[in-house]
Write a protein that binds this ligand. Sequence first.
Ligand code: ADP
Ligand code: MG
Length: 261
Amino acid sequence: MSETIETEAQIASAMRTDAPPAIVLEGVNKWFGALHVLRDVNLSVATGERVVVCGPSGSGKSTLIRCINRLETHQEGKILVDGIELSDDLRSLDAIRREVGMVFQSFNLFPHLTILENCTLAPIWVRRMPKKEAEELAMEYLTRVRIPEQAKKYPGQLSGGQQQRVAIARALCMKPKIMLFDEPTSALDPEMIKEVLDTMVMLASTGMTMICVTHEMGFARQVADRVVFMDRGEIVESGEPESLFSDPKTDRLKLFLSQIL
Ligand code: ADP
Ligand code: MG
């Protein structure tokens, strides 16, 4: 290889072949009472890979990613995150929560804390980081998401798009290895969607392992290595965005695409 590897993304992609998968789901089943919401889900996500999950409302997308950081528990099958199997063992839960950042549809910022305090809370209390260091780190990420000037304000003083970018910066302050996004733009006004997607594109370019539940197909085309289509708790189809969108194999995906595109 004569080319020099320069960017983090190139390093991540060079590592992809040998690194163990970041996330593995094997035969995962989950029920809410009698409702079977995840049916034999198998999915392996490589380090540095970007996966977009789409599918109709109620198909189990949120449940799937909530199981990955154990906000929900599965009843059958195995989930491994960075080689650690999810179980009721509190130490493994702790380890996983540190490695996995999550961004929700509703930004979930603490309303009574400033933007800066929202970002430093977990690093100080969970990571035991000195306050000054946590503040420097928070300012670095607020700069990356392009809102350092909002640091002293409260969430209610920011637009939805700005709040969602704070939520992303806050997650990044924990230095996660994996980022999970659950429809991060679906609560936003159209003019704010792009600023959040741009932030996610920036993050993808750093080589971050990402699973994004989204119906933003432009984003999927631009950054996803793979798109996974779910329906009624199953992974029905998956593949590279271009081939999946232009050549859907199942009627279920055809129907879904005709409704959203
Ligand atoms: P999606 O994110 O694709 O819209 P969800 O994962 O939120 O789908 O939901 C999958 C199914 O599980 C839906 O039928 C939903 O109503 C049900 N469900 C989700 N959360 C719960 C819960 N906490 N208790 C009972 N049923 C739930
Ligand atoms: Mg959902």
